[in-house]
Write a new protein. Sequence first.
Length: 337
Amino acid sequence: MTWVVGGALAVVIMPVVMMVAVSGAPSEADTGSGGGGGLKDGAVPQQYVPWVLKAGALCDVIKPAVIAAQIEAESGWNPNARSPVGAEGLSQFMPGTWQTWGKDDDGNGRVSPFDPGDAIMAQGRYDCALAKQVEGYKNRGEASGETLDLALAAYNAGPGAVHQYGGIPPYTETRDYVARIKSLISKYESVDDPPGRIPDGQQMAMPLPGTPRITSPYGMRMHPILHRMKLHTGIDFAAAAGTPFTAARDGKVIFAGWSNGYGNRVVISHGKIGGDEIATTYNHMRSRPSVSVGQQVRVGQRVGEVGSTGLSTGPHAHFEVQQNGTYVDPAPWLGLK
């Protein structure tokens, strides 16, 4: 991040920012948030996708496409970038700021702005804290503008400058920085993941576009590969390979990876519903999931793509519901019964 004072480039000491819980960030409806919760396929270098998705799920204002656009503006996706004023890594943290926000997110035993996982997660934490801080300015009548714009301006010029000028500071560098990131969001934002909703009278949304045909319901059946009677623990829907597989309800990802029979699989915990612990699973996806363990997801958010990995005879969507750890018929949850 480049720091500006009176329009001239300079290295300055970043104003102190109070550490805040990002879960308290303002809602998207009130903030002028940038884009939806998904990423456009192939737009982000594959090795960074899980980190961008995870960092972009920390608060409502800072979506994955914002994280990605900001990284392009900061470093052009160069994890070894160093600026003339001393900013480092993908997210261009100044050393003093890094001491506050950097953590060993990738678990490799060091905390470094040159480690992409550490840098991207620190960027998300700092962005969300800034969003919270500038929203406070707005609530007190001390600043005006979209929260996302003000947060990006604060990342570039410091929250003190946003507060001083009651909005985006009149620095050409900062105004250009905000405008560039806003223009880049559409490059990274997935158009396949509009905000989802659970239809009235249902407890979950269909995890696929439209109204897919059921090819195998929940219940006992002759397994097509094992050739023995076995409980079919979910519902199979007809869907072409590559069809977005989306979260049926808001929740937290508790598994994302390979499971022998299920192939590429995601499990989302939805917490207690009607006193019972409820989870959903998304199976046989064609490639590794689009989400990572610990990530908060929204209904309608893409978790992966339909495929035919694991014990599968062809591309289809196998969707399950677990109630207190036991598989139950998903049909009533989806309003199909």
